[in-house]
Design a binder for this molecule. Structure first.
Ligand SMILES: [Zn+2]
Length: 224
C-alpha cells in the first residue's frame, strides 16, 4: 500500500427506515472518485434517467437518475441499483427493498451482516445514531502506515505546484475530509523527513487553505 493507491473510507448505511437505495449527487461524486477505472466506466454506462422523490423530515428530494454502484462483500462484488437525489448531503443508504433482495440479516450483537442469497458474512459498525454502517474501502488507518524514512520523498511533497493539486486530491479522495484529519495523516507520514523540517509548515498552510476553501464543502457546510 502506497500513498498513491490509498482509498478512503466510504460508508454505506443499512437503513431499515428507508425503502429505497439512494445517494445524493454530492456523495455519488465522492464514491465515484474512489472507484477503479473499470468500475467507473460500468457505473457510467448503467445510468438511467428516472423520476421519484424522497422525504427526509420536511424536505423533499427529487430523484433524477439511477446508477449501479459496486460493493465488495468478501469474494463477491455486487452492483447496487441506486437512486440519485439532487441536492442535500444524503449519504449512501441501502434501504429495505435492497436488503430483502440480498437476504440481509443483521446481527447487532456480533456486528455482522449476513447476505443469505450470496453466502457471505461481513463485519459492520454501528454509528452514533445507531445506524448499521458498512465500510466499503480501507480507512484512514492505512494512510498512517506509510512512513517515509530514508525513502525518497515523493515529488508531490517537494514541489509547490504538485503539492497544491495533491491537497485537492486528498481532500476529495477522503470524502471532503477536514484539514485536521488530513494533516494528521500527512504529518505521520513525513515528519521524520528532512523535507518536512524544511517546509512542512508551509505545506500545512496550503493544505489548510485548500480544505477550507473547497466550493463543495462551503455549499454543503461540511468540513466543520
Ligand atoms: Zn470539500
Amino acid at each position: 500500500m502506497t500513498f498513491e493507491d490509498m482509498t478512503e473510507a466510504i460508508e454505506v448505511i443499512l437503513d431499515t427506515g428507508c425503502k429505497g437505495t439512494i445517494i445524493s449527487d454530492f456523495w455519488l461524486g465522492v464514491v465515484l472518485s474512489n472507484l477503479e477505472r473499470g468500475e467507473f466506466e460500468v457505473v457510467k454506462k448503467s445510468e438511467k434517467l428516472c423520476k421519484g422523490r424522497y422525504y427526509f423530515g420536511e424536505t423533499e428530494y427529487q430523484v433524477y437518475k439511477t446508477v449501479e454502484i459496486p460493493i465488495q462483500f468478501g469474494n463477491q462484488k455486487l452492483w447496487f441499483v441506486t437512486e440519485i437525489v439532487s441536492g442535500g448531503c444524503i449519504p449512501w443508504i441501502i434501504g429495505t427493498g435492497t436488503q430483502k433482495l440480498i437476504g440481509a440479516i443483521i446481527d447487532l450483537e456480533n456486528k455482522e451482516l449476513t447476505l443469505q442469497k450470496f453466502g457471505e458474512k461481513v463485519k459492520v459498525d454501528i454509528n452514533k445514531d445507531g445506524h448499521v454502517i458498512l465500510k466499503l474501502r480501507n480507512s484512514f488507518s492505512n494512510f498512517s502506515r506509510v512512513v517515509y524514512i530514508g525513502h525518497r520523498v515523493p515529488d508531490w511533497f517537494t514541489n509547490d505546484n504538485l503539492w497544491r493539486s495533491k491537497c485537492k486530491k486528498l481532500h476529495l479522495q477522503f470524502g471532503h475530509a477536514s484539514f485536521e484529519s488530513i494533516k494528521g495523516m500527512v504529518v505521520h507520514s513525513f515528519d521524520k523527513t528532512e523535507e518536512f523540517k524544511n517546509f512542512g509548515q508551509e505545506r500545512m498552510s496550503v493544505l489548510r487553505e485548500v480544505c477550507e476553501n473547497c466550493n463543495i464543502c462551503q455549499k454543503y457546510k461540511k468540513n466543520s
